[in-house]
Design a protein around this ligand. Structure first.
Ligand SMILES: *Cc1c(COP(=O)(O)O)cnc(C)c1O
Length: 492
């Protein structure tokens, strides 16, 4: 093919729109085939450390190659090193849902190649995001002040980890404004439970609060929910010792077992001490799209200063799409605005124009709203609810199967798609019994038929069966249960 005599194009060898069309169709076909065939792959990659790397050249190629060569290497080198998160028997971690409309929405975003740091760099990138986060706030039954036409607003972050980081920055900004310039260095404290996600303690380290000032509140040994009385005691003791309590993270659906902290009781304590309440509902929050699940957010409307949930776990939107809502956007913008006070842009603060770079750590931002918009429009609220309900129903049915077997025990309650359970052994030594449980899990995972994970509850190993991939049906869940029973009987 002869290309026009334009220096840049000729020397660089850019893919022409015609070439893109041809290869692009092949890539879409490749993805569609993958989604059909994924069930035939071992769920967990059997690759050993270094295997993928050693199959790749040590040096970058000097000359470009045809795109077909990339696809060939995808099959030969990359796929064997993939753990198939979209496999119907992927039960190990909370799902990372991918869906057709999300993949296509992301492709459109890549096609536009927009960098949406401020409104002016692509008005639609900002305004579509505003619309979809407001839509979702409404669909989840979140309070009106989390909407952009209220005092707060929502924003798409890369992850729940970034969401808690910016929430903490906003909380620190708010408390500094309140206390003014302190005569001596202030020691800030923050509060999590032993079940809180590790990203919260990391946010404390990143913000300079420091691990020593991250208080770990006890949990109720039965429910694994944060004990509000212990929270109150720790906050009071810290105040008495001259510290400034700044931030509490309550979790709706902990990573380990989907335990739910008592947000209302925690919120009352936060309110009385003027402490920021962040609610981390990274996995479970999206379940509130079903009205019968709205109870999980009890206390959020009255007390939460910020609320995070990921569309990229259970809501059919490809990673990354972490949602963060704040009740009041001023502390967030105050903490992160790139402009000094005297250059504040009144348009942003009036709510006329939003510059989302002031709502996140990096300056640059992808057009993530496109994939979420595409998902919401394709499925409608109805389809999204059906997906969540299917996950919960399958988890309920799995739990019923497990509890009906005297050789297994289910940890109740399970409100979402995660069921924690453990095999019971004749072995009476708890440590040796836990070893057997781990060996059972490794054996199942090594088989490639399914992928489970584990956690520790009250000192004992339990297995985690997280249901919620779009490809998973009850037949997969039943087959997985048969495999688990069969392998256990080999061990007993
Ligand atoms: C998954 C999870 C996170 C972390 O989410 P990322 O988006 O991966 O940062 C935080 N909190 C809870 C409760 C989670 O389940």
């Amino acid at each position: 093919m002869t290309r026009p005599e334009e220096p840049g194009r000729q020397h660089a060898g850019h893919m022409t729109p015609e070439e893109f069309r041809e290869h692009g169709k092949r890539v879409v076909d490749w993805i569609a085939d993958y989604l059909v065939d994924v069930e035939k792959c071992p769920v967990r990659s059997p690759a050993r450390p270094g295997e993928v790397r050693s199959a790749l050249p040590a040096h970058a190629p000097e000359r470009g190659a045809d795109f077909d060569a990339v696809l060939a290497d995808m099959e030969r080198i990359v796929l064997p090193g993939i753990t198939h998160w979209q496999h119907p028997n992927f039960f190990a971690y909370f799902p990372a849902n991918a869906s057709g409309p999300a993949i296509l929405g992301d492709l459109l975003s890549a096609g536009l190649g927009v960098q949406g740091m401020v409104w002016a760099t692509s008005p639609a990138c900002t305004e579509l995001e505003t619309v979809v986060v407001d839509w979702l706030a409404e669909l989840l039954g979140l309070p009106g002040h989390f909407r952009t036409d209220g005092a707060g607003g929502g924003v798409i972050q890369d992850s729940a980890s970034s969401a808690v980081l910016v929430a903490l920055l906003a909380a620190l900004h708010r408390v500094r404004k309140r206390t003014g310039s302190a005569p001596r260095p202030v020691r800030y404290t923050m509060y999590v439970s032993g079940q809180t996600h590790s990203s919260v303690e990391r946010a404390g380290r990143i913000c300079g609060v420091g691990t020593d000032n991250v208080r770990i509140v006890d949990v109720d040994p039965n429910t694994l929910a944060m004990d509000p009385r212990q929270l109150e005691r720790l906050i009071s003791a810290d105040i008495a010792a001259g510290a400034v309590p700044v931030f509490v993270c309550a979790t709706i659906g902990t990573t380990s077992t989907t335990a739910i902290d008592p947000v209302r009781a925690i919120g009352e304590i936060c309110r009385s001490h003027d402490v920021w309440l962040h609610v981390d509902a990274a996995y479970a929050g999206v379940a509130a799209i079903c009205p019968e699940m709205r109870w999980i957010n009890d206390g959020v409307a009255e007390y939460a200063d910020s609320y995070a949930s990921n569309a990229h776990k259970w809501l059919l939107t490809n990673f990354d799409c972490g949602l963060l809502w704040v009740a009041d956007r001023q502390p967030l913008i105050g903490a992160l605005s790139a402009l000094p006070e005297y250059l504040r842009n009144t348009a942003s603060e009036s709510g006329e124009v939003i510059d989302y770079r002031d709502w996140q750590v990096p300056l640059g931002r992808r057009f993530r709203a496109l994939k979420l918009w595409s998902v919401i429009r394709w499925y409608g609220a109805e389809g999204l609810r059906a997906h969540i309900r299917a996950g919960i129903a399958m988890a309920d049915e799995f739990a019923a199967l497990v509890s009906a077997d005297p050789n297994f025990e289910v940890l109740d309650p399970h409100h979402f798609g995660l069921v924690c359970f453990r095999p019971l052994w004749t072995e009476t030594d708890p440590e040796r019994a836990d070893e057997l449980t781990m060996r059972l899990m490794e054996s199942l995972n090594d088989s490639g038929d399914m992928f489970l994970s584990h956690t520790k509850v009250r000192g004992r190993v339990v297995l985690r069966m997280a249901i919620g991939a779009p490809a998973t049906g009850m037949s997969h869940v039943r087959a997985a249960w048969s495999r688990i029973r069969a392998v256990r009987s080999q061990f007993a």
